[in-house]
Design a protein. Sequence first.
Length: 752
Amino acid sequence: MELKYSQHIAGELNLSLKQIGSIYELHAEGSTIPFIARYRKEATGNLDEVVIGNVIDKIKYFNELEKRKETVLKTIEEAGKLTPELKKRIEDCVVATELEDIYLPYKPKRKTKATTAIEKGLEPLAKMLYDLQPVNPDEEAAKFITDQVKDIAEALQGARDIIAEWIAEHEQARNIIRKIFTEEAVVSSRVLTTKKEEADAQKYRDYFEFKEPLAQSPSHRILAIRRGEKEGFLIMDINIDKDMATEELKRKFITTSNGASAQVALAIEDSLSRLLKPSIETEFRMLSKTKADEEAIRVFAENLRQLLLASPLGQKRVMAIDPGYRTGCKVVCLDEHGTFLKYNTIFPHAPQNDYNGAVQTIKELVVRYNIEAIGYGNGTASKETEQLVRGIDFGRPVSVFMVNESGASIYSASEAARDEFPDEDVTVRGSISIGRRLLDPLSELVKIDAKSIGVGQYQHDVNQNRLKEALDQVVESCVNFVGVDVNTASKHLLMYVSGLTATVAKNIVEYRTKNGGFKTRDELKKVSMLGPKAFEQCAGFLRIPNAANPLDNSAVHPESYHVVESMAAKVNSTVPELIQKAEVRKQIKAREFVTETIGQFTIEDILKELEKPGRDPRSPIEEFRFAEGVSSMEDLKPGMKLPGIVTNITNFGAFVDVGVKQDGLVHISHIANRYVADPNEAVKLGQKVMATVLEVDVARKRISLSLKDGSRMPETGQQRPDQKGQRNPARKPEPLNPFQAKLMELKKNFKE
């Protein structure tokens, strides 16, 4: 990567050139973001995954920019118009918009009014007027009357067409209009008169007659308007004050008053209306869409992260119930490893109302399979099923949990489900998925397309490639943060481990099926297609419980085993004793083990890992109960305080399930007693809260809730993969999104 790009990234992200260079080299060598963040802290200065990901995104951006430059240079050179000065300007460019502005006058064009006028020989007249020469326009225009130009009016019109295109392609003119769009643009929408009364149009009622400053319009509003436009109900515009824009352009291009200036003024007005404004408006429509996409993807990614890192029940024998009315409740029993044991259907609810039979079946299954916990889906008949289960006396403690079943039906019909359970139908597979989500949400949810999990905002409206890339990165981050038991993990989970492809993940499963479980991490090297680089990337994230070497069940990378062995030898101990005895670890002085290749960050990580090797970083699971006697919206009354669970988080607030089959909305203004800019600052997905009912609209199925007045229940303190309780002095503020960056860039340019 060229130095100018490294300098630009370093300046934009407030990092050092050394950090940028290290990340570039590691990434080019095939290192993943989780590996770099966890095992190459000395190289990056202890940067977290977020910052490393931002650097890699910037590197990709400049790689694409470099490819575009090659095309631009080649095109201009083939046209015979590439001068040394122009070539240098292009090569020095670090902003894609600037590159396109430079290229615009040289870009091959389709037939335009200007090209037609040039073909008629009117370019010299246009140049004369554009330069504001002290001439009589009519007299000069008369000289250009030919077979193709019938009169003075046509000659002047053709000249103005040429000037209009020159102005539209002028860098400073474009920046003048960009500045006005940046500071003054207003986004507006209106309903198509012919669609106004249609039922489907009513969901866009708020946007039938709407306008607000573009810079202040939140992402969810932009995406909603664009969706309404796409569906044919709305018309969206981004407008500026044309009179102000015209005057700004005249100040730039008209420096004297004469006959020519009047013609240039007319050309400016035409250029603005016909060429310049539409072009920049399209640019800002794209920028606003990109901004909205990135924000929606950020919200989705954060929600997905929280869902994937939800508390696991752990290795317990469970019963999972997929509730239902007419078709009954589907019941499965699983052992502590998630192995399917038994399936049954019960009909405790209407219309069959076989309550006693359902109770008897559940009690028998609990005894027969030694069930320790029951999980029920949060869909149809969820509340009634919870009441059924909690009303049974099992004679011993049996925990009961609600399980978010979003996407379970997607999994049950998927190829992954068919591979796992070829002899079971979709209802059985769906129930098994609910049970496995209770045991370990992460291991089960990785089998489902993240877009189907139901925690996104306008996920079908955003750039799908960017969304997939972001969500895959979140899944990879979470999987490697938690670590994976290589002897029990599915191929779907293994494929997200650093350095492993889907093929290698499949080969790992096939190897252990044929040879039994892995005994050591080193044995991974025998797996087909798992070469030295893949081993380096994955080994630290794969766990082998009960291995002869306890470090094989820890986050200590094999490349650092010798460090732990040196630590043990230094205090006359063994590695197992070092792990088991805190008093032995206290004798170790970290600085004594720092070398040229292993720095302070790595030593500190090793010592922390030795305290609790292989410990699951996720919070312990907690039981939860909805309020008794509240099962439908009709039961809700303003002022009621109810326990609930946060089910989705958006830019404008959070949705909370209070047990009435319809989630309530907590608007961002009601999330806390203080000002909240981002709902994720105040609540987390799956968090237990105490909500106050503000308003109930049964007809529109809308519930308004509040979390104010200090009524929120305590948080569990879920960690993120980039918040591991470590010091991170090198962490920098997150970079601006593309739209914000463009605004800042334009403001800076015009100040200069």
